[in-house]
Write a protein that binds this ligand. Structure first.
Ligand code: IPD
Ligand code: CA
Ligand code: CA
Length: 250
């Protein structure tokens, strides 16, 4: 299947309709409540309508952040967040992305994330590695005492802040996982019981294919479920020692 072409096309179509709304109050207007109880903003709706229309015409099942599960009777399921980081988008903060993962049954077969502003297209295929704009990417080797972590704990585990050099909280976990994958961050941690599979399905595959370790809050291998409503915790790091450091603090 030409998932790669489809991902690029979808990303491009979403880009065309949403970018004129970047940083506008229109983008951030609330238009409803999504399946996981979060608000749907105007920009979320515009982007998702386009993606759902397109994927439905191809007959694949869809798990999308606002609308939830659409069963089109296919072996394949696309787990999509048309815009991850919609607060950033509406506020004019340029960190947000399109996130798209494809599963055959329960197995991931393809993942892509497109970060619109720098025009970075990330993708991964299980067993074949991770790429940014066609070039192989890899996690970096962390330097002890110089770690940079993205950190969402809602007040838990704050002792960790003193154990690492840098904390970056960027507001779009799909993007943060690509930063881990390309060696710009050493770890991404969200243990608020808040993140949904739609936020991270593609990011987990891309990070793993770039060499990251991805676990739940107890250090067990992270499993992506095909759900738009489940709330999960995730720890993704470039090295075992960092995972230990984090787990000790939890
Ligand atoms: C949000 C982003 C953010 C995470 C929030 C999500 P959205 O997704 O992934 O990084 O901290 O929990 O809701 O709502 O902008 O698609
Ligand atoms: Ca999201
Ligand atoms: Ca979203």
């Amino acid at each position: 299947e030409a998932w790669n072409e489809l991902a690029r096309e979808l990303a491009g179509e979403v880009e065309k309709v949403v970018m004129p709304l970047f940083g506008t109050s229109k983008a951030g207007e609330t238009v409803g409540t999504n399946v996981s109880g979060d608000v749907t903003k105007y920009v979320d709706k515009v982007a998702e309508d386009l993606v759902v229309r397109r994927l439905s015409s191809l007959g694949v099942n869809i798990v999308s952040e606002e609308i939830g599960f659409i069963d089109n009777g296919s072996d394949y399921t696309a787990v999509v967040d048309p815009i991850d980081g919609s607060y950033n988008f509406a506020a004019g903060i340029p960190i947000f992305a399109f996130s798209f993962a494809v599963f055959r049954g329960k197995k991931p077969v393809y993942g892509a994330i497109y970060e619109f502003v720098p025009k970075h297209f990330y993708e991964a295929i299980p067993g074949e590695g991770a790429f940014m704009n066609g070039r192989r990417i890899h996690v970096r080797e962390p330097e002890r005492g110089k770690e940079a972590l993205s950190f969402y704990t809602r007040g838990r585990c704050t002792g960790l802040i003193e154990k690492v050099k840098r904390v970056r909280v960027l507001g779009a976990i799909a993007v943060e996982l690509t930063y881990l994958a390309k060696g710009a961050l050493d770890g991404v941690l969200d243990i608020r019981n808040y993140v949904r599979p739609t936020d991270i399905a593609a990011g987990v595959l891309i990070a793993r294919e770039a060499g990251a370790i991805v676990t739940d809050e107890r250090g067990r291998e992270f499993e992506v479920h095909l759900s738009a409503t489940e709330k999960t915790n995730v720890i993704a790091v470039n090295d075992e020692y960092l995972l230990k450091l984090i787990l000790e603090e939890l």
